[in-house]
Design a protein around this ligand. Structure first.
Ligand SMILES: Cc1cc2nc3c(=O)[nH]c(=O)nc-3n(C[C@H](O)[C@H](O)[C@H](O)COP(=O)(O)OP(=O)(O)OC[C@H]3O[C@@H](n4cnc5c(N)ncnc54)[C@H](O)[C@@H]3O)c2cc1C
Length: 475
């Protein structure tokens, strides 16, 4: 990648995608006074996976609840400046619903709510672990933990792995955790405080200290998408071209072509589209083969709106993990708890988001196909509000939902990026960079910002190359 070293350089920068990464890049270019850029977005709206939608009945929907937890002062300041005074502050109160029990999160300190035999198995697993460990052995490296399943077993023991960690993660990732690496989990396996577990069991105590970062902010109106709409509105006019789908990229002549036939030239291309798609547009066989090895999930989100208020026992809950194989979804969020403006009338209506995961290798389904299962499982779980009228539904689909950190992910990414860089292409963001550990909104904004810093020669990239450095503390 050639740097131009001056913010005022005439370099033409094309950005594919107006999600948080593309908007982060556009914002930074504007901040640095670089005018020669354009963002092509295939949707008719900005925000990508973090968009929000409004329907004719007066409901607001997110594509699964988006909690903003930032690792960067830059992002904090940006968020405040975009919606000053425009956030509610919530306490994270998450639960696990399994074996017909309500278990406060974190599971390891509250499994006393399980049936007695399962509870004993969880405790015994921890006691066995303690016998075989000392602090040094908790280092993933020293233990040479090879995969995510081993990481669970070494951190939580057999019982907790069997009753929560394994079934939940199988549902969420739609892949055997033994096929996932540990690079995305940081250096160390978790250490469960067994004395604390035993005290909770002895005293029948709910250990609901929610840990650090348990307070988060959420936009008062308009859902998470209001952040991105505001960010886009502050860019100079005509910098974002909506409903413009990139269909091919010529890496040699540095041109992108849109679905309507328009061709645009670039000196640098920042792509935030999924890497396998970028490889197809470039039509370079070796790139296509390598990118096709990346694994991902499809995510379906079923929005459910009811014409009755949130049941009282859910009023304080932020979201509910569902590890059980009986339930089709892995997580349910009482979404109207996040803002009264998400529903037409908070005293007379409520809304939920139910997330379902499927392997990216499966054909995409119609999200409506899940509806009857979702309603049946909501009923059985006891989270269904009483409703006199028909349930209002809002089904949503993401073909690319979660980038899976497989064992070979980093080798695949190194190979891909080495081929893209000489073509003037930086691929970043949730599916452009494919690193789950830096695939949240704050990371995505910063991947866009840092890519621009590098192109214009005013700073280095840190987030994509060094995820563990970023996640270690606020920068
Ligand atoms: C179920 C779920 C829950 C999540 N929860 C949270 C959370 O609680 N907190 C959090 O911080 N993050 C959360 N995230 C992650 C968050 O959604 C992402 O961090 C963020 O949206 C990634 O931004 P991005 O710009 O990299 O990618 P995207 O949001 O995917 O945006 C990419 C953009 O590129 C566009 N594009 C693709 N192909 C083309 C093309 N050919 N031409 C033009 N444009 C194109 C797309 O339309 C899209 O707008 C969640 C994600 C999911 C799926």
């Amino acid at each position: 990648m050639r740097n131009c070293n001056t913010p005022k350089c005439p370099k033409r920068i094309v950005i594919i995608g107006a999600g948080p990464t593309g908007l982060g890049a556009a914002h930074r270019l504007t901040e640095l006074g670089h005018e020669n850029f354009v963002v092509y977005e295939r949707n008719s709206y900005v925000g990508g996976l973090s968009s929000s939608f409004y329907d004719e009945k007066g409901f607001t929907w997110d594509f699964a609840v988006h909690v903003a937890h930032s690792h960067y002062h830059y992002v904090d300041q940006l968020m405040d400046s975009l919606l000053p005074g425009g956030y509610f502050h919530h306490e994270r109160k998450s639960w696990i619903r399994d074996y017909d029990s309500w278990i406060p999160y974190p599971f390891q300190y509250n499994f006393r709510h399980l049936p007695p035999q399962h509870c004993d198995e969880c405790l015994n697993g921890l006691l066995q672990l303690r016998m075989q460990t000392d602090v040094e052995k908790h280092t993933a490296k020293a233990h040479s933990i090879q995969n995510f399943k081993e990481w669970m077993l070494q951190g939580f023991g057999e019982g907790i792995t069997r009753h929560f960690m394994l079934p939940y993660n199988l549902k969420n990732w739609s892949i055997d955790p033994a096929l996932m690496g540990v690079q995305w989990l940081g250096d160390r396996v978790p250490v469960v405080d067994v004395e604390r577990v035993q005290r909770n069991l002895r005293e029948n105590r709910d250990d609901v200290e929610w840990g650090p970062n348990h307070v988060f902010q959420f936009p008062k109106r308009g859902g998470t998408g209001s952040i991105w709409r505001e960010m886009a509105a502050r860019l100079p006019e005509n910098r974002i071209t909506l409903s413009s789908e990139v269909v091919s990229v010529d890496g040699k002549s540095r041109k992108v072509q849109l679905a309507d036939g328009t061709v645009d030239e670039y000196d640098c291309l920042i792509s935030t589209a999924p890497l396998p798609r970028l490889a197809q547009w470039l039509a370079i066989p070796s790139l296509m083969v390598t990118a096709s090895k990346l694994k991902y999930t499809h995510v379906y989100v079923m929005g459910l709106g009811f014409d009755s208020p949130m049941p009282k026992h859910l009023a304080e809950k932020t979201w509910i993990y569902c590890p059980g194989t009986r339930d089709v979804f892995y997580r349910v969020t009482p979404f109207s708890n996040f803002s009264p403006h998400h529903v037409p009338d908070i005293n007379g209506s409520s809304s939920f988001l139910c997330e379902i995961s499927r392997a990216g290798t499966e054909p995409l389904q119609n999200p409506g196909d899940f509806l009857s299962r979702v309603l049946q499982d909501m009923n059985r779980m006891g989270v269904m509000p009483e409703s006199e009228h028909e349930v209002h539904t809002y089904p949503m689909t993401a073909e690319f939902g979660y980038p899976i950190p497989t064992l070979d992910r980093d080798d695949i990414l190194a190979e891909l990026m080495a081929q893209l860089e000489p073509l003037g292409i930086i691929s970043r963001g949730r599916f452009g960079g494919w690193k789950y550990e830096v695939a949240n909104m704050d990371h995505s904004i910063m991947q866009g910002v840092e890519a621009v810093n590098r192109i214009l020669g005013v700073g280095e990239e840190c987030t994509w190359p060094n995820p563990s450095r970023v996640n270690a503390g606020k920068s």
